[in-house]
Design a protein around this ligand. Structure first.
Ligand SMILES: [Zn+2]
Length: 282
């Protein structure tokens, strides 16, 4: 999408989780995409007029990119029905937004559950936008155990719940929290502050946890995500991190940690499934 000029926007409903911004089609048509960034799970599409399309995939959203050989133009009356069919995963029924570009290519936003977000904000508004202002640090950028220790110092919340809290650190989803805690030998129900020393410094365990969170995220990115909720990348490829789970979704299976011999259990924390080995996670 970067470098392309948006020549047409088709909206096939009033909105997703929120209504689309007023006059969204007209405001973005004619602008050029300068760059695409990410903040937590938000996509920020920088336009050359100083505005940013703020987008979130919600539970089930995806973008699929099509080159000019796959894109046909619609007449005005045909706009309502997507022509991409099964190429976007759901017979085109949930292709709610379509961006067409000057080189004939297109980006289609598909979202069966419609928890996604599409907003238009001004550049510079990111730190104060209500969806972005309280987000914690990015785990793959300048994040370390000292920062995490500071965030957890007085928290008696369970460590697993704290890891999922976007104010503590962003982007560590349920699967990755389970896996990182298993790899670092920390019990998910452990009180967060017990991982911080009296002087506010991280314990060795907390430092190991930070290391493992980063490791798990890097591995997941490498293999293209986890394919839960039919996750697919922009080319429609499914992710394969599922093949690497050591705890997640392995209830009653043997712990894979060498010499452990424990059995993976499932518990529920804040309404989410947690998988853990009670023998090697303390
Ligand atoms: Zn174990």
């Amino acid at each position: 999408m970067v470098g392309r000029i948006i020549t047409k926007v088709i909206l096939r409903r009033e909105g997703l989780r929120f209504p689309f911004p007023t006059d969204f089609e007209n405001k973005v048509t004619g602008t050029q995409v300068e760059s695409i960034r990410r903040r937590a799970k938000y996509l920020l599409i920088d336009l050359d007029d100083g505005r940013i399309i703020l987008s979130h995939l919600g539970m089930s959203g995806r973008y699929t990119l099509f080159d000019n050989t796959k894109v046909r133009s619609y007449s005005q009356t045909e706009n309502r029905i997507s022509r991409f069919g099964s190429a976007t995963g759901f017979d085109g029924r949930h292709d709610h937004v379509e961006f067409q570009f000057d080189d004939g290519s297109a980006a289609v936003y598909t979202d069966p559950r419609r928890f996604g977000i599409m907003d238009l904000i001004d550049i510079g508004e990111e730190p104060i936008h209500f969806l972005l202002e309280n987000l914690g640090p990015e785990p793959l950028l300048a994040w370390d155990a000292n920062q995490l220790a500071k965030a957890l110092k007085n928290k008696s919340t369970n460590i697993k719940v704290a890891l999922l809290d976007q104010r503590v650190v962003v982007g560590v989803g349920n699967i990755y929290a389970c896996e990182a805690l298993h790899r670092s030998g920390i019990h998910p129900t452990r009180s967060s502050k017990t991982l911080v020393r009296k002087d506010g410094k991280p314990t060795a365990k907390l430092s190991l946890l930070v290391e493992k969170v980063i490791e798990v995220l890097h591995q997941a990115v490498e293999v293209g995500g986890s394919s839960l909720n039919d996750f697919a990348d922009v080319n429609g490829t499914l992710g394969y991190f599922g093949h690497h789970f050591q705890a997640y979704d392995r209830e009653d299976g043997p712990c894979l940690k060498e010499g452990c011999g424990g059995t993976i259990e499932r518990i529920t924390q804040s309404g989410r499934s947690t998988f853990l080995c009670p023998r090697c996670q303390r």
